[in-house]
Design a protein around this ligand. Structure first.
Ligand code: EPZ
Length: 423
Protein backbone atom coordinates (compact mmCIF):
# COMPACT_ATOMS: atom_id res chain seq x y z
CA UNK A 1 0.00 0.00 0.00
CA UNK A 2 1.36 3.43 -0.96
CA UNK A 3 2.34 5.97 1.69
CA UNK A 4 2.75 9.73 1.54
CA UNK A 5 5.64 11.46 3.28
CA UNK A 6 5.34 15.16 4.14
CA UNK A 7 7.84 17.46 5.82
CA UNK A 8 5.80 20.32 7.20
CA UNK A 9 6.38 23.94 8.14
CA UNK A 10 6.26 25.51 4.67
CA UNK A 11 3.69 28.00 3.38
CA UNK A 12 1.97 27.37 0.02
CA UNK A 13 2.33 29.66 -2.98
CA UNK A 14 1.23 29.06 -6.55
CA UNK A 15 -1.84 27.77 -8.39
CA UNK A 16 -3.93 24.61 -8.28
CA UNK A 17 -6.28 23.46 -11.04
CA UNK A 18 -9.44 22.02 -9.48
CA UNK A 19 -10.60 18.69 -10.95
CA UNK A 20 -14.13 17.65 -11.89
CA UNK A 21 -16.42 16.77 -9.00
CA UNK A 22 -16.33 13.14 -7.84
CA UNK A 23 -19.78 13.47 -6.25
CA UNK A 24 -21.28 14.82 -9.46
CA UNK A 25 -19.50 12.41 -11.81
CA UNK A 26 -20.64 9.28 -9.94
CA UNK A 27 -24.43 9.76 -10.32
CA UNK A 28 -23.98 11.11 -13.89
CA UNK A 29 -22.04 7.98 -14.89
CA UNK A 30 -24.77 5.82 -13.30
CA UNK A 31 -27.37 7.77 -15.32
CA UNK A 32 -25.80 6.45 -18.55
CA UNK A 33 -27.89 3.30 -17.86
CA UNK A 34 -31.05 5.29 -18.64
CA UNK A 35 -30.54 5.23 -22.43
CA UNK A 36 -29.13 2.94 -25.11
CA UNK A 37 -27.71 6.00 -26.90
CA UNK A 38 -24.13 7.24 -26.48
CA UNK A 39 -23.34 9.64 -23.62
CA UNK A 40 -20.12 11.70 -23.63
CA UNK A 41 -18.94 13.11 -20.31
CA UNK A 42 -15.88 15.36 -19.87
CA UNK A 43 -13.92 16.78 -16.91
CA UNK A 44 -14.16 13.40 -15.16
CA UNK A 45 -11.50 13.17 -12.40
CA UNK A 46 -8.99 10.29 -12.42
CA UNK A 47 -10.02 8.72 -9.10
CA UNK A 48 -10.36 5.16 -7.84
CA UNK A 49 -14.07 5.73 -7.07
CA UNK A 50 -14.61 6.65 -10.74
CA UNK A 51 -12.77 3.49 -11.87
CA UNK A 52 -14.96 1.42 -9.49
CA UNK A 53 -18.12 2.91 -11.01
CA UNK A 54 -16.82 2.27 -14.55
CA UNK A 55 -16.03 -1.37 -13.63
CA UNK A 56 -19.57 -1.78 -12.30
CA UNK A 57 -21.08 -0.26 -15.45
CA UNK A 58 -18.93 -2.51 -17.66
CA UNK A 59 -20.28 -5.50 -15.71
CA UNK A 60 -23.74 -4.24 -16.72
CA UNK A 61 -22.85 -4.26 -20.44
CA UNK A 62 -22.03 -0.55 -20.77
CA UNK A 63 -19.41 -0.02 -23.48
CA UNK A 64 -16.86 2.51 -22.26
CA UNK A 65 -14.44 4.42 -24.49
CA UNK A 66 -11.96 6.70 -22.74
CA UNK A 67 -10.16 9.43 -24.63
CA UNK A 68 -7.89 12.17 -23.24
CA UNK A 69 -10.38 14.20 -21.34
CA UNK A 70 -13.73 12.55 -21.95
CA UNK A 71 -15.50 9.21 -21.53
CA UNK A 72 -18.12 7.81 -23.96
CA UNK A 73 -20.65 5.37 -22.49
CA UNK A 74 -23.15 3.26 -24.43
CA UNK A 75 -25.46 1.06 -22.38
CA UNK A 76 -26.96 -2.08 -23.98
CA UNK A 77 -29.23 -4.63 -22.32
CA UNK A 78 -27.06 -6.47 -19.77
CA UNK A 79 -26.96 -10.22 -19.46
CA UNK A 80 -27.61 -9.82 -15.73
CA UNK A 81 -28.99 -6.92 -13.70
CA UNK A 82 -26.79 -7.75 -10.71
CA UNK A 83 -24.46 -5.35 -8.88
CA UNK A 84 -22.15 -7.62 -6.94
CA UNK A 85 -21.22 -7.20 -3.25
CA UNK A 86 -17.48 -6.71 -3.82
CA UNK A 87 -18.16 -3.91 -6.30
CA UNK A 88 -20.79 -2.15 -4.14
CA UNK A 89 -18.84 -2.72 -0.88
CA UNK A 90 -15.83 -0.89 -2.36
CA UNK A 91 -17.81 2.13 -3.36
CA UNK A 92 -21.18 2.94 -1.80
CA UNK A 93 -22.25 5.24 -4.59
CA UNK A 94 -22.63 2.05 -6.68
CA UNK A 95 -26.09 1.97 -5.09
CA UNK A 96 -26.98 4.82 -7.46
CA UNK A 97 -27.46 2.31 -10.29
CA UNK A 98 -30.64 1.02 -8.62
CA UNK A 99 -32.92 3.83 -9.80
CA UNK A 100 -31.66 3.80 -13.42
CA UNK A 101 -31.88 -0.01 -13.74
CA UNK A 102 -35.44 -0.10 -12.39
CA UNK A 103 -36.45 2.78 -14.68
CA UNK A 104 -34.92 1.17 -17.79
CA UNK A 105 -35.56 -2.55 -17.20
CA UNK A 106 -38.10 -2.81 -14.35
CA UNK A 107 -35.80 -4.99 -12.30
CA UNK A 108 -32.43 -4.92 -10.49
CA UNK A 109 -30.49 -6.89 -7.90
CA UNK A 110 -28.01 -4.70 -5.99
CA UNK A 111 -25.92 -5.58 -2.97
CA UNK A 112 -26.80 -3.54 0.10
CA UNK A 113 -23.81 -1.18 0.49
CA UNK A 114 -23.38 -1.83 4.19
CA UNK A 115 -21.75 0.62 6.56
CA UNK A 116 -18.40 2.34 6.31
CA UNK A 117 -15.92 4.11 8.60
CA UNK A 118 -18.14 7.18 9.04
CA UNK A 119 -21.45 5.53 9.81
CA UNK A 120 -23.89 2.71 9.11
CA UNK A 121 -25.25 4.55 6.06
CA UNK A 122 -28.75 3.00 5.63
CA UNK A 123 -30.58 3.13 2.26
CA UNK A 124 -34.18 3.02 3.57
CA UNK A 125 -35.05 6.37 1.96
CA UNK A 126 -34.00 5.12 -1.48
CA UNK A 127 -36.14 1.96 -1.12
CA UNK A 128 -39.19 3.68 0.41
CA UNK A 129 -39.25 6.24 -2.41
CA UNK A 130 -38.95 3.60 -5.12
CA UNK A 131 -41.68 1.53 -3.45
CA UNK A 132 -43.97 4.56 -3.78
CA UNK A 133 -43.17 4.41 -7.53
CA UNK A 134 -44.48 0.84 -7.64
CA UNK A 135 -41.35 -1.25 -7.06
CA UNK A 136 -41.59 -4.45 -5.02
CA UNK A 137 -38.42 -5.18 -3.05
CA UNK A 138 -37.13 -8.35 -1.49
CA UNK A 139 -34.08 -8.27 0.77
CA UNK A 140 -32.13 -11.47 1.27
CA UNK A 141 -28.49 -12.60 1.58
CA UNK A 142 -27.36 -8.97 1.72
CA UNK A 143 -28.94 -8.13 -1.64
CA UNK A 144 -31.95 -6.00 -2.46
CA UNK A 145 -33.93 -7.24 -5.46
CA UNK A 146 -36.45 -4.82 -6.97
CA UNK A 147 -39.10 -5.61 -9.52
CA UNK A 148 -41.97 -3.81 -11.25
CA UNK A 149 -44.20 -5.09 -14.02
CA UNK A 150 -44.11 -2.32 -16.64
CA UNK A 151 -43.04 1.31 -16.11
CA UNK A 152 -42.40 3.03 -12.78
CA UNK A 153 -45.29 5.24 -11.71
CA UNK A 154 -44.84 8.93 -10.84
CA UNK A 155 -45.45 9.54 -7.12
CA UNK A 156 -45.27 12.22 -4.43
CA UNK A 157 -42.35 11.36 -2.15
CA UNK A 158 -41.45 13.21 1.04
CA UNK A 159 -37.95 12.35 2.30
CA UNK A 160 -38.22 12.35 6.11
CA UNK A 161 -34.47 12.98 6.23
CA UNK A 162 -32.47 14.98 3.67
CA UNK A 163 -30.40 12.51 1.63
CA UNK A 164 -28.17 13.33 -1.36
CA UNK A 165 -28.07 9.76 -2.67
CA UNK A 166 -31.80 9.09 -2.21
CA UNK A 167 -32.64 12.36 -3.99
CA UNK A 168 -30.34 11.37 -6.88
CA UNK A 169 -31.67 7.79 -7.17
CA UNK A 170 -35.27 9.00 -7.17
CA UNK A 171 -34.69 11.79 -9.72
CA UNK A 172 -33.04 9.29 -12.09
CA UNK A 173 -35.85 6.75 -11.62
CA UNK A 174 -38.54 9.40 -12.15
CA UNK A 175 -37.15 10.58 -15.51
CA UNK A 176 -38.64 7.49 -17.25
CA UNK A 177 -41.65 6.96 -14.96
CA UNK A 178 -45.26 7.34 -16.11
CA UNK A 179 -46.55 10.73 -14.96
CA UNK A 180 -45.25 13.29 -12.46
CA UNK A 181 -43.00 12.67 -9.46
CA UNK A 182 -42.70 15.28 -6.73
CA UNK A 183 -39.83 14.95 -4.26
CA UNK A 184 -40.12 17.13 -1.15
CA UNK A 185 -37.45 17.73 1.52
CA UNK A 186 -35.01 17.01 -1.32
CA UNK A 187 -31.26 17.60 -0.93
CA UNK A 188 -30.06 20.86 -2.52
CA UNK A 189 -26.38 20.08 -3.13
CA UNK A 190 -24.90 21.58 -6.36
CA UNK A 191 -24.05 18.03 -7.47
CA UNK A 192 -27.79 17.30 -7.64
CA UNK A 193 -28.26 20.37 -9.87
CA UNK A 194 -25.38 19.13 -12.06
CA UNK A 195 -27.04 15.69 -12.39
CA UNK A 196 -30.40 17.35 -13.19
CA UNK A 197 -28.88 19.60 -15.88
CA UNK A 198 -27.24 16.51 -17.42
CA UNK A 199 -30.57 14.60 -17.40
CA UNK A 200 -32.39 17.59 -18.95
CA UNK A 201 -29.79 17.56 -21.72
CA UNK A 202 -30.75 13.89 -22.25
CA UNK A 203 -34.38 15.03 -22.68
CA UNK A 204 -35.71 14.71 -19.11
CA UNK A 205 -38.29 17.17 -17.75
CA UNK A 206 -37.06 18.33 -14.32
CA UNK A 207 -37.92 21.51 -12.40
CA UNK A 208 -36.95 22.84 -8.97
CA UNK A 209 -33.54 21.11 -8.64
CA UNK A 210 -31.39 22.95 -6.10
CA UNK A 211 -34.50 23.61 -4.00
CA UNK A 212 -36.28 21.35 -1.48
CA UNK A 213 -39.06 20.52 -3.96
CA UNK A 214 -38.25 18.83 -7.26
CA UNK A 215 -40.78 18.00 -9.99
CA UNK A 216 -40.03 15.40 -12.65
CA UNK A 217 -42.42 14.58 -15.54
CA UNK A 218 -41.47 11.17 -16.92
CA UNK A 219 -40.73 10.66 -20.62
CA UNK A 220 -40.64 7.44 -22.69
CA UNK A 221 -37.00 7.66 -23.76
CA UNK A 222 -33.84 9.62 -23.03
CA UNK A 223 -31.27 10.38 -25.67
CA UNK A 224 -27.60 10.92 -26.41
CA UNK A 225 -25.84 14.03 -25.07
CA UNK A 226 -22.46 15.50 -24.13
CA UNK A 227 -21.81 17.07 -20.75
CA UNK A 228 -18.98 18.63 -18.72
CA UNK A 229 -18.86 17.77 -15.01
CA UNK A 230 -18.86 20.71 -12.56
CA UNK A 231 -15.69 21.46 -10.54
CA UNK A 232 -15.18 19.76 -7.17
CA UNK A 233 -16.25 22.06 -4.33
CA UNK A 234 -14.92 19.74 -1.59
CA UNK A 235 -11.49 19.51 -3.24
CA UNK A 236 -11.58 23.34 -3.48
CA UNK A 237 -12.51 23.68 0.21
CA UNK A 238 -9.76 21.26 1.20
CA UNK A 239 -7.07 23.34 -0.54
CA UNK A 240 -8.45 26.55 1.01
CA UNK A 241 -8.01 24.93 4.43
CA UNK A 242 -4.46 23.86 3.48
CA UNK A 243 -3.61 27.54 2.92
CA UNK A 244 -5.45 28.59 6.09
CA UNK A 245 -3.40 26.08 8.07
CA UNK A 246 0.01 26.67 6.44
CA UNK A 247 -0.13 30.29 5.26
CA UNK A 248 0.69 31.61 1.80
CA UNK A 249 -1.24 32.56 -1.32
CA UNK A 250 -2.76 30.16 -3.85
CA UNK A 251 -4.99 30.65 -6.90
CA UNK A 252 -7.60 27.94 -7.42
CA UNK A 253 -8.29 27.56 -11.15
CA UNK A 254 -11.32 26.10 -12.92
CA UNK A 255 -13.90 26.68 -10.19
CA UNK A 256 -17.24 28.47 -10.79
CA UNK A 257 -19.29 31.30 -9.37
CA UNK A 258 -21.63 29.13 -7.27
CA UNK A 259 -18.72 27.26 -5.68
CA UNK A 260 -16.85 30.52 -4.96
CA UNK A 261 -19.92 32.09 -3.34
CA UNK A 262 -20.55 28.96 -1.24
CA UNK A 263 -16.92 28.70 -0.05
CA UNK A 264 -16.67 32.42 0.72
CA UNK A 265 -19.85 32.09 2.80
CA UNK A 266 -18.87 28.98 4.79
CA UNK A 267 -15.34 30.25 5.53
CA UNK A 268 -16.29 33.83 6.39
CA UNK A 269 -15.57 33.26 10.13
CA UNK A 270 -11.90 32.45 9.35
CA UNK A 271 -10.88 36.08 9.88
CA UNK A 272 -7.26 35.84 8.73
CA UNK A 273 -8.25 34.18 5.44
CA UNK A 274 -8.94 36.32 2.37
CA UNK A 275 -10.95 34.71 -0.45
CA UNK A 276 -11.35 36.74 -3.64
CA UNK A 277 -13.28 35.73 -6.77
CA UNK A 278 -11.43 36.61 -9.99
CA UNK A 279 -12.28 36.18 -13.69
CA UNK A 280 -16.04 36.06 -12.94
CA UNK A 281 -15.62 33.26 -10.44
CA UNK A 282 -13.63 31.01 -12.80
CA UNK A 283 -10.73 31.39 -10.35
CA UNK A 284 -10.52 31.97 -6.61
CA UNK A 285 -7.61 33.71 -4.90
CA UNK A 286 -6.78 32.45 -1.38
CA UNK A 287 -4.52 34.52 0.90
CA UNK A 288 -3.67 33.90 4.55
CA UNK A 289 -2.72 37.06 6.45
CA UNK A 290 0.47 36.78 8.46
CA UNK A 291 -1.12 38.61 11.39
CA UNK A 292 -1.80 36.14 14.21
CA UNK A 293 -5.51 36.09 15.09
CA UNK A 294 -7.46 34.50 17.89
CA UNK A 295 -10.54 32.54 16.75
CA UNK A 296 -13.31 30.93 18.74
CA UNK A 297 -15.66 29.41 16.19
CA UNK A 298 -18.76 27.31 16.59
CA UNK A 299 -19.31 25.39 13.35
CA UNK A 300 -22.18 22.94 12.82
CA UNK A 301 -22.16 20.69 9.76
CA UNK A 302 -25.42 20.87 7.83
CA UNK A 303 -26.90 19.88 4.51
CA UNK A 304 -26.23 22.31 1.64
CA UNK A 305 -26.01 25.31 1.75
CA UNK A 306 -24.69 24.79 5.29
CA UNK A 307 -21.13 23.86 6.29
CA UNK A 308 -20.40 20.56 4.48
CA UNK A 309 -19.75 17.44 6.55
CA UNK A 310 -17.13 16.59 3.90
CA UNK A 311 -14.98 19.52 5.13
CA UNK A 312 -15.43 18.91 8.88
CA UNK A 313 -12.21 16.95 9.44
CA UNK A 314 -10.15 19.33 7.29
CA UNK A 315 -11.44 22.38 9.23
CA UNK A 316 -10.46 20.68 12.50
CA UNK A 317 -6.85 20.13 11.43
CA UNK A 318 -6.52 23.61 9.91
CA UNK A 319 -7.33 25.12 13.36
CA UNK A 320 -4.73 23.13 15.36
CA UNK A 321 -2.25 26.03 15.60
CA UNK A 322 -4.81 28.85 15.97
CA UNK A 323 -5.15 30.67 19.27
CA UNK A 324 -8.60 30.30 20.83
CA UNK A 325 -11.15 27.54 21.46
CA UNK A 326 -13.41 26.31 18.66
CA UNK A 327 -16.24 23.81 18.58
CA UNK A 328 -17.11 21.73 15.53
CA UNK A 329 -20.34 19.75 15.69
CA UNK A 330 -20.99 16.88 13.23
CA UNK A 331 -24.72 16.58 12.52
CA UNK A 332 -24.81 14.39 9.42
CA UNK A 333 -22.86 11.20 10.21
CA UNK A 334 -22.62 9.34 13.50
CA UNK A 335 -18.92 8.49 13.43
CA UNK A 336 -16.97 11.01 11.41
CA UNK A 337 -14.22 11.49 14.00
CA UNK A 338 -11.79 8.69 13.12
CA UNK A 339 -9.08 11.31 12.48
CA UNK A 340 -9.09 12.67 16.06
CA UNK A 341 -6.88 9.94 17.51
CA UNK A 342 -4.29 10.37 14.78
CA UNK A 343 -4.21 14.17 15.22
CA UNK A 344 -3.71 13.77 19.00
CA UNK A 345 -0.70 11.56 18.24
CA UNK A 346 0.76 14.57 16.40
CA UNK A 347 0.32 16.72 19.52
CA UNK A 348 -3.10 18.24 18.72
CA UNK A 349 -5.03 19.72 21.63
CA UNK A 350 -8.50 18.39 20.76
CA UNK A 351 -11.22 16.62 22.66
CA UNK A 352 -14.31 14.82 21.35
CA UNK A 353 -17.49 14.95 23.40
CA UNK A 354 -20.27 13.06 21.59
CA UNK A 355 -20.82 14.72 18.21
CA UNK A 356 -18.72 17.75 19.19
CA UNK A 357 -14.98 18.34 18.82
CA UNK A 358 -13.27 21.08 20.87
CA UNK A 359 -10.08 22.38 19.24
CA UNK A 360 -7.53 24.55 21.04
CA UNK A 361 -4.07 25.79 20.02
CA UNK A 362 -1.56 23.05 20.68
CA UNK A 363 1.89 23.62 22.16
CA UNK A 364 3.65 21.92 19.28
CA UNK A 365 2.35 20.01 16.27
CA UNK A 366 4.89 17.34 15.44
CA UNK A 367 5.18 15.02 12.46
CA UNK A 368 4.41 11.34 13.12
CA UNK A 369 3.54 8.04 11.48
CA UNK A 370 -0.26 8.14 11.02
CA UNK A 371 -3.02 6.07 9.46
CA UNK A 372 -5.74 7.26 7.08
CA UNK A 373 -9.16 5.74 7.86
CA UNK A 374 -11.50 7.30 5.29
CA UNK A 375 -11.42 9.75 2.41
CA UNK A 376 -11.82 13.07 4.19
CA UNK A 377 -9.90 11.99 7.31
CA UNK A 378 -6.93 11.32 5.03
CA UNK A 379 -7.01 14.86 3.60
CA UNK A 380 -7.25 16.21 7.15
CA UNK A 381 -4.03 14.33 7.99
CA UNK A 382 -2.37 15.91 4.93
CA UNK A 383 -3.27 19.38 6.25
CA UNK A 384 -1.95 18.56 9.74
CA UNK A 385 1.26 17.14 8.23
CA UNK A 386 1.79 20.30 6.12
CA UNK A 387 1.43 22.38 9.32
CA UNK A 388 3.55 20.15 11.61
CA UNK A 389 7.26 20.41 12.39
CA UNK A 390 9.19 17.49 10.98
CA UNK A 391 8.19 14.50 8.92
CA UNK A 392 4.81 12.76 8.76
CA UNK A 393 4.17 9.46 7.01
CA UNK A 394 0.53 8.82 6.11
CA UNK A 395 -0.34 5.15 5.63
CA UNK A 396 -3.24 3.67 3.62
CA UNK A 397 -3.38 6.57 1.17
CA UNK A 398 -5.71 4.51 -1.02
CA UNK A 399 -8.39 6.39 0.94
CA UNK A 400 -7.00 9.66 -0.42
CA UNK A 401 -6.88 8.34 -4.00
CA UNK A 402 -10.65 7.87 -3.87
CA UNK A 403 -11.33 11.59 -3.93
CA UNK A 404 -8.25 13.70 -4.65
CA UNK A 405 -6.70 13.68 -8.12
CA UNK A 406 -2.90 14.23 -8.17
CA UNK A 407 -2.92 15.73 -4.66
CA UNK A 408 0.81 15.45 -4.07
CA UNK A 409 1.64 16.93 -7.52
CA UNK A 410 -0.76 19.85 -6.93
CA UNK A 411 0.70 20.61 -3.48
CA UNK A 412 4.33 20.07 -4.55
CA UNK A 413 3.88 22.71 -7.27
CA UNK A 414 2.91 25.13 -4.46
CA UNK A 415 6.07 24.46 -2.46
CA UNK A 416 5.01 21.58 -0.21
CA UNK A 417 7.66 18.99 0.65
CA UNK A 418 5.57 15.92 -0.19
CA UNK A 419 6.27 12.63 -1.92
CA UNK A 420 4.49 9.34 -2.51
CA UNK A 421 6.29 6.12 -1.53
CA UNK A 422 5.11 3.36 -3.81
CA UNK A 423 4.75 0.12 -1.88
C1 EPZ B 1 -23.28 11.83 -0.25
O1 EPZ B 1 -23.35 10.59 0.42
C2 EPZ B 1 -21.81 12.05 -0.56
N1 EPZ B 1 -21.32 10.98 -1.44
C3 EPZ B 1 -21.00 12.06 0.73
O2 EPZ B 1 -19.65 12.35 0.39
C4 EPZ B 1 -21.53 13.19 1.62
O3 EPZ B 1 -20.83 13.17 2.86
C5 EPZ B 1 -23.03 12.98 1.88
O4 EPZ B 1 -23.74 12.90 0.61
C6 EPZ B 1 -23.64 14.11 2.68
O5 EPZ B 1 -23.42 15.32 2.03
C7 EPZ B 1 -21.57 11.06 -2.77
O6 EPZ B 1 -22.19 11.99 -3.25
C8 EPZ B 1 -21.04 9.94 -3.61
P1 EPZ B 1 -26.78 11.06 2.40
P2 EPZ B 1 -24.82 9.91 0.70
O7 EPZ B 1 -27.70 10.03 1.84
O8 EPZ B 1 -25.70 10.20 -0.43
C9 EPZ B 1 -28.76 9.20 6.28
C10 EPZ B 1 -17.34 12.06 0.38
O9 EPZ B 1 -16.53 12.21 1.30
N2 EPZ B 1 -29.52 8.35 5.36
O10 EPZ B 1 -27.02 12.49 2.10
O11 EPZ B 1 -24.57 8.50 1.08
C11 EPZ B 1 -27.28 8.87 6.29
O12 EPZ B 1 -27.00 7.81 7.19
C12 EPZ B 1 -18.65 11.36 0.66
O13 EPZ B 1 -17.18 12.45 -0.80
C13 EPZ B 1 -30.56 7.56 5.86
O14 EPZ B 1 -30.83 7.56 7.07
O15 EPZ B 1 -25.28 10.71 1.99
C14 EPZ B 1 -26.66 10.16 6.75
O16 EPZ B 1 -26.73 10.24 8.17
C15 EPZ B 1 -18.73 10.80 2.08
N3 EPZ B 1 -31.26 6.76 5.01
C16 EPZ B 1 -27.57 11.23 6.15
O17 EPZ B 1 -28.80 10.56 5.81
C17 EPZ B 1 -31.00 6.75 3.65
O18 EPZ B 1 -31.68 6.02 2.91
C18 EPZ B 1 -27.02 11.87 4.88
O19 EPZ B 1 -26.69 10.83 3.99
C19 EPZ B 1 -29.95 7.56 3.16
C20 EPZ B 1 -29.23 8.35 4.02
Amino acid sequence: MDKIEITGGKSLTGKIRISGSKNSALPILAASLLTEEKISVSNIPNLSDIFSMLDLLKSLNVKIKKSKDKIDLTSSTPRSLLAHYDLVRKMRASFLILGPLLARYGEAKVSLPGGCAIGNRPVNLHLEGLEKMGVNFKIEDGYVTGFIDGRLKGATINLNKISVGATENLIMAATLAEGRTIITNAAQEPEISDLSKFLIRMGAHIKGFGTKKILIDGVKKLKSCSYEIMPDRIESGTYILCVFGCGGMVKLENVNNEICNHLIKIFRQLKSLQLKKIDNGKNLLIKKNKKKVELSLIVRTKEYPGFPTDLQAQLTSSLLKTKGRSEIIENIFENRFMHIGELIRMGANIKQIGSKVIVKKCKKLRGAEVMATDLRASSCLVIAALMADGKTTINRVYHLDRGYENLEKKLKKCGAQIKRMKS
